[in-house]
Design a protein around this ligand. Structure first.
Ligand SMILES: [Zn+2]
Length: 224
């Protein structure tokens, strides 16, 4: 899944109004932020194999550290705990971050072939419902989750400036990147996949920047 993860992060702003959208993006996409670096280090493995699913040509050979359910629970607890400790945030903010990290696994299970491991151990059970084998179903689910999440975000925040261009351009850019990667040619190599996936960090920064152009109503009421 790609923009669906961002959709869930947008929606989480309602539950955690004081947490920046950048941190929410980083949590929902924690697995995909960790993954390309592990691939480039040779610790995890992906192959480009056009036809492996209808939507994506990527064959996720092994990604136990970034994409197993057990380790995402661990990463989620660590990220949420560190956020509460460093930002002196409420435990509910840490819980929202932890749940977002784990949500990545469930959303990926929906789309992937049975390649999502339960544990990081060799020979772990791997699951996946394979929605990527249907282009219309994949587009429908990705855009429904994304649009729903953006709608929740826009309802939970209001523009500080007359227009929050940073937020709107972010939404359009995410949709364009998703469409380009879905309908574009397959990437030339696994390394190219990993290097372009590192651009996810820029989207986290953009989320942080765009969020500054909007204020969360609930937050301004309780901040005093
Ligand atoms: Zn993923």
């Amino acid at each position: 899944m790609f923009i669906g993860h961002f959709g869930v992060a947008f929606a989480a702003k309602k539950a955690a109004p004081r947490v920046s959208l950048g941190a929410l993006f980083a949590a929902a996409q924690f697995a995909d932020l960790l993954w390309p670096t592990l691939v480039l280090l040779g610790i995890e493995e992906v192959r480009v194999q056009p036809g492996v699913t209808v939507v994506t040509p990527l064959d996720f050979v092994s990604y136990p550290y970034s994409h197993s359910l057990v380790l995402l629970v661990v990463w989620g607890a660590a990220f949420g705990g560190a956020y509460v400790a460093l930002r002196r945030a409420r435990p509910s903010a840490g819980l929202a971050i932890a749940l977002l990290v784990v949500s990545h696994w469930f959303l990926d299970v929906l789309m992937h072939r049975p390649d999502m491991p339960l544990t990081p151990l060799p020979g772990s059970t791997r699951v996946g419902l394979g929605l990527w084998n249907s282009l219309p179903a994949s587009l429908a689910v990705e855009f429904a989750v994304f649009a729903g999440g953006v709608a929740v975000y826009l309802g939970a925040t209001r523009a500080r400036a007359r227009r929050s261009i940073a937020a709107w351009t972010l939404v359009v850019t995410l949709a364009m990147i998703f469409l380009a990667s879905t309908f574009g040619p397959p990437p030339p190599s696994a390394a190219a996949v990993a290097w372009s996936a590192e651009a996810m960090w820029l989207l986290v920064a953009w989320g942080w920047w765009a969020d500054r152009s909007r204020s969360a109503d609930a937050a301004s009421r309780t901040d005093g």
